[in-house]
Design a binder for this molecule. Structure first.
Ligand SMILES: Nc1ncnc2c1ncn2[C@@H]1O[C@H](COP(=O)(O)OP(=O)(O)O)[C@@H](O)[C@H]1O
Ligand SMILES: [Mg+2]
Length: 285
């Protein structure tokens, strides 16, 4: 049986009068790509923020298989999350604009710091080794994601699509066990989205990293996801393979009821346009 890397049980989060996440449970298995979909405001980013420990759930808990065994993630201080092997990218890219790609990756790597401030100040052998290891890892990731051409460029001058890849590279430099990607295709054109699908597949197959992703583009979701959880207004709607979830009547209804998201989905209508004959298909409109 595949081991479970992360297990969310009965998660709820309330912000004032808004129940942003309402009794959500799911397991992420080691080595899979697990995707959260749902209209805007469904609670997807909030689930990410619970895992990153930016928020604490009002109810429920998250267990996580860390380097030293299973632990309650929801009891960990936020500063421990990175060293437990959880890395993330953000819905809106968060990089140091006025630093080079390489420097951004080295900064990302600093969560791995094994030396004290004094060791760094006096540049001890240990500090030198740590620095060398960080540089090796950064170069390895630059090569893996084909960023050689941009290695010394400032982030501020890079096209948006490249910045998305750089943000992913920075997360990979921490050598995560679990990579959280919040809308990896947002702001990307069709070609860049195709490239993103390849990177995610390579991360899964070649690096063996488990991916938990929030994504709107159903063609990307179908290509890379092993399992999908559809949410709406904080609640779980359906969970299963991409195909199972896309053809779930509750999921179709949630999307059809949301003007924001309908444009990102291609709907195939055969015969009468009732709910049974409408299926959400891959591809951007
Ligand atoms: N920090 C916050 N304070 C108050 N309300 C929030 C906060 N974060 C999210 N929400 C609300 O929670 C709901 C879910 O938001 P979010 O998780 O960002 O949705 P999604 O990522 O699926 O679009 C929304 O109604 C949003 O307005
Ligand atoms: Mg979001």
């Amino acid at each position: 049986m595949t081991e479970i890397l992360l297990s969310a049980k009965n998660l709820s989060v309330r912000f004032g009068g808004v129940l942003a996440v309402n009794n959500v449970s799911f397991d992420v298995k080691q080595g899979e790509v697990f995707t959260l979909i749902g209209p805007n405001g469904a609670g997807k980013t909030t689930v990410f923020n619970l895992i990153s420990r930016i928020y604490t759930p009002t109810m429920g808990e998250i267990s996580y298989l860390g380097p030293k065994g299973m632990l309650k993630l929801t009891e960990q201080p936020p500063q421990n999350v990175a060293s437990l092997g959880i890395a993330r990218t953000f819905q809106n890219i968060e990089l140091f604009e006025h630093a080079s790609v390489l420097h951004n990756l080295l900064i990302g790597r600093h969560t791995h710091r094994e030396t004290s401030l004094w060791q760094d100040l006096f540049f001890t052998r240990k500090a030198r080794e740590t620095e060398l290891k960080a540089r090796e890892k950064a170069e390895e990731v630059i090569e893996f994601l084909n960023l050689q051409h941009y290695r010394d460029s400032f982030v501020a001058g890079l096209p948006y699509g490249v910045r998305k890849v750089v943000e992913m590279a920075r997360a990979l430099c921490t050598e995560p066990r679990l990579l959280l990607l919040d809308e990896p295709s947002s702001g990307l054109n069709v070609e860049e989205t195709d490239d993103m699908a390849f990177w995610i597949q390579d991360i899964k197959h070649e690096l063996g990293i488990t991916v938990l992703m929030v994504e709107h583009d159903m063609s990307l979701v179908s290509k890379v996801s092993d399992r999908v959880l559809a949410m709406n207004q904080g609640e779980m709607l359906a969970m299963g393979t991409p195909r199972e979830v896309q053809t779930d009547p509750g999921v179709i209804e949630a999307y059809l009821g949301s003007i924001d998201d309908v444009s990102s989905l291609r709907r195939k209508v055969s015969g009468q346009p009732d709910h049974e004959s409408v299926s959400v298909e891959g591809g951007q409109a």
